[in-house]
Structures are given as C-alpha cells and as structure tokens.
Design a protein around this ligand. Structure first.
Ligand code: AMP
Ligand code: MG
Length: 481
C-alpha cells in the first residue's frame, strides 16, 4: 500500500549487531511534512503515506509488513574517547529497494531501545525540523548526505530542561553503517564478526572489490577517498558539522547526524557552533584533521583483516589513510578553483586561494556573499575592493583569470554552479524554527521552497544575502535534541 519494498540484509549479520524492537507507540501522531520529491524518487505512494495508516507507520505506531524493525549496535570515539553506543532513539524499519538501489528507512526519535542508556529515546520537534531542513539543503547544494522523508509530531511532550514538543524524523540513508560499527565489531566482538561486517559492507557499498586481492586495504582506500571528497565539499561551502565523532561518520561517505551543525557567515577558520565543543575540536579548520583522525580509528578496526602480520598490517593501513591529506587537498583546491572560475591550472592557484581566505578572515567578510558578488557583480563597483589589500588580490586574480583564455560564459557557468546564493544561515533557520515551535510554519516552508534552487540568483534569493546582525555572543547550537 505504501510502496515499500523491503529486503533486510542486515539481519544476515550475527545477532550482536542489532536488537529487534517492539513498537513504542505515541499518543497522537500527526504528519507535519512529507518530502514528496523524495517519496517519488523512492517510488513510494504519497497519498497513502499522508493518510492515517501512513502516519501510523511514520510515527512507529504500526509496523510495515516486511520491515525488520531493528536498532543497530555501534560504538565510537566521542570527543576522543571510546564508548559503546548504538541506536538509542532510532529504529531501522528496513532496507527499501528501488531501481536496484538499497536505502535504509529509519525512524529517529522512535522510543527507547536496549542502547538508550539513560535517554528517553525521543526527539524534539525543532531539532528534527532542523535536520530535515539542513539535510535537504545539503542535498540541493550537491553534498552527499542522508535525507529526510518526513517529520511527524507525536502529540507527546519531551523534557529537555523544559517541556518540548516531541517529533519523529524519517531518515533515508544508503546505509547506517558507521566507522563506529567497525569499532564495535573489532573491540567488543571479535575477528570473525569484524570480517563478516567488512564483507557485508563491501558487498553493499563497494561491490567491485569483492573478489579483489587485498580487498580490505582497497576498501579502506575507498572510504578514505569518499571522506576526502565529503569534507572538501563541507569546507568549500562553509559547512561545520559540529560533532565529528566516529559514530557520526558513515562508511558510504554521506553526511549524517545533523545536531549542532551550521553554515559559516563571516569567514573565520576557528568557528565552532556546538555548545559542547568547548575545546574547538570540531572547528571549521579542524574538520579535515578530524576526518583523518577518524579514519585512523576506522583503519585500526581493519588491521587484523588486512594482514596477519601486525607490522605489515599497520604499514599498509597507515600508508592508505595517509593518502587522505593529498586527496583532500586535491578535492578542496578543485572546488575552490571552481568557485573562482579558474578552470586551467596555474602555479599561482593555491596562493590565490590561501591569500583570499586570509583576507576574508582579516576583514571579516561574509564567505558566501563574497563568492556570490564575485560571480554576479561588477567587481570595479564592489566596496570591498576599495580595501587596498583586497584590491591587490583582485588584480592578481584577474590576471590569472584572464591568462586562461577561456570565454566569459564558460567561466560564469562554472562559478554559477559552484557559488550558492542561498545557504540556510543560522539566524534565518533559528528564526524559522522558533516560529514553527510557536505554531507559525510559514517561514520554515518558505526556506524549504527557496532551497529548491540554491544556485538561482533572483530578487527572492538575493534577500538571503543579507548578512545577519552581529551579536555579542557567537551563534551556538545545542545538543539537547
Ligand atoms: P548523537 O549525539 O545524536 O550522535 O547521539 C549519540 C548517541 O546518543 C547515540 O547512541 C544516540 O542513539 C544516543 N542518543 C541521543 N539522544 C538520545 C535520547 N534522547 N535517548 C536515547 N539515546 C539517545
Ligand atoms: Mg549520532
């Protein structure tokens, strides 16, 4: 009836990898939003999902036949320390197959599981709207991400310092296998279980490697490559994840777990948004370093599979993970060059980018707007280029740009595709979420609509380039989600 087509391959793993979950019913579920475009892509029945039975399913009040209903076990390094975790407030309905592709369909905020520790297993309306909005924004900004199919309000209150409205998000992911799933297998189960998980993951995400020699090293390399690409795309767009713990890193290379994340306004390498990140471990500038650190932890969980000889295994793994730095830089420079319309290679490229970032920071310039202006405005008329140092940079930039001998149209085309006019800025998102929590959904819906085409430059999207007022206190996102 809903169009689900489940195949639950995760159940083929040993029992320790998951726990079967009974329904945790909620009082009065109501559909707040259904992502109809995504539902269409997944070949689901939109009308039925919006109906009473659909909402019962999206709130976890009713099971879909064929679903697996499991909470997954995993561990992870949180802010540097190893901990046992697991889906404490999520349930995997099942793996939906469409066009030969497999998607996890998971309810987040669906109640307690054996991994809940002291948590209530629930989620709050505002943060679930935030995840819905930011994940869809990331998707439209061409950054690999899990997606959001729906938000349902539960009709129940959740307590986070104060009473909040409860909600459940339906999350869609290529899979929910995390670096932490491997750490769990290796540290808390054993060699056999880790091998089974690795073989399962290779079959699911990196099938071409299945019969390769040295397949575990090659698997590690693919994950390194994907994360070099992913984090480069975060850096180029000014996205700060906020909690890059190893349990929040997917093997598939999709961004996951939108908690205290945000987009940077004024360029500052030290920006941190998470209220719990007091040391700045996951600041903007540290993201590539932390991705590398996380990959090191992931690689450690593969050592026994890579080679029986410990020294050989360590050598192979560390050489593979070390390639992250080069891969990251290559991806990042390419993305930044696209933003500047630099199509050909020039030995000045790297300096040009570095000097620009230093100046953006020094003169506290808005990151997104700078590139929008560079793309669409007459540079001679731009105020910022009245600043001597920036004018000097502009002249250098123009000389490299002109030396390319590439048509203006071609340059404009690549810059337009690389420089979003609209990013979900913190102040706009926060205002919309505050309104939504008070029952006014118009601003939230408006942002979602504008998100459809973040690279369109028009009167409507231009208003998003208004730089938020400066406050004495930096913007912080809180984890009490
Ligand atoms: P996160 O910070 O969202 O990545 O979550 C870290 C861990 O805490 C995961 O194991 C979550 O399942 C668990 N968790 C977060 N919130 C809750 C909650 N309200 N109840 C139970 N477990 C939770
Ligand atoms: Mg998490």
């Amino acid at each position: 009836m809903m169009g689900f087509n489940f195949d639950n391959s995760y159940l083929s793993l040993p029992d320790e990898f998951y726990s079967k979950i009974d329904l945790n019913k909620v009082a009065n579920p109501k559909l707040f939003i259904l992502n109809e475009n995504l539902a269409k892509e997944l070949n689901l029945n939109i009308e039925n999902l919006k109906d009473k039975e659909g909402v019962e399913i999206l709130s976890g009040n009713k099971k879909v036949s064929g679903g697996s209903y499991i909470a997954q076990a995993y561990a992870g390094h949180q802010f540097g320390y190893f901990t046992m975790l697991g889906d404490g407030r999520a349930v995997l309905i099942g793996e939906h197959i469409v066009d030969n592709k497999r998607y996890d369909i998971q309810l987040k905020g669906s109640g307690q599981t054996p991994y809940s520790r002291n948590g209530d297993g629930r989620a709050v309306f505002g943060p679930m709207l935030r995840e819905y909005l930011i994940s869809e924004a990331m998707h439209k900004l061409n950054i690999k991400t899990t997606r959001s199919l729906a938000v349902v309000t539960t009709g129940e209150d959740v307590f986070r310092y104060t009473r909040k409205k409860g909600a459940i998000l339906t999350r869609i992911a290529k899979s929910h296998i995390r670096f932490g799933t491997f750490e769990f297998a290796q540290r808390l189960l054993g060699y056999e279980e880790t091998k089974l998980l690795a073989d399962y993951t290779i079959k699911r995400h990196y099938k071409d490697l299945e019969n390769e020699e040295d397949k575990y090293v090659k698997f590690l390399y693919e994950v390194v490559k994907n994360h070099a690409k992913l984090v480069a795309s975060w850096q180029s767009i000014g996205f700060i994840h906020g909690v890059m713990n190893t349990d929040n890193m997917t093997i598939s290379g999709e961004t996951i777990d939108y908690g205290p994340c945000a987009f940077m306004d004024t360029f500052n390498k030290n920006t941190v948004f998470s209220s719990i990140d007091t040391q700045g471990r996951y600041s903007y500038k540290n993201q590539p370093i932390m991705a590398y650190w996380n990959l090191c932890r992931f690689s450690e969980s593969l050592l026994l599979l890579i080679d029986k000889d410990k020294d050989i295994a360590v050598k192979k793994a560390s050489e593979t993970v070390y390639k992250f730095h080069e891969l990251f830089e290559k991806n990042y420079i390419k993305l930044m060059k696209n933003k500047l319309g630099l199509i050909k290679d020039n030995q000045k490229d790297k300096n040009l980018i570095q000097n620009l970032l230093d100046l953006l920071e020094k003169y506290e310039i808005d990151y997104t707007n700078f590139f929008v202006n560079l793309t669409y405005e007459n540079l001679d008329e731009l105020e910022i280029f009245k600043i001597e140092e920036l004018n000097f940079w502009k002249n250098e930039y123009m000389s490299v740009l002109n030396s390319q001998k590439i048509s203006k149209e071609e340059i404009f085309d690549i810059m337009k595709k690389s420089n979003p006019v609209f990013i979900p800025r913190n102040n706009i998102v926060q205002d919309a979420l505050d309104e939504a929590e008070n029952g006014n959904y118009t601003p939230f819906m408006k942002i979602l609509k504008d998100l459809e085409n973040p690279f369109d430059y028009n009167e409507d999207t231009k208003k998003y380039s208004k730089v938020p007022r400066k406050t004495k206190y930096p913007f912080k996102t809180y984890c009490g989600t």
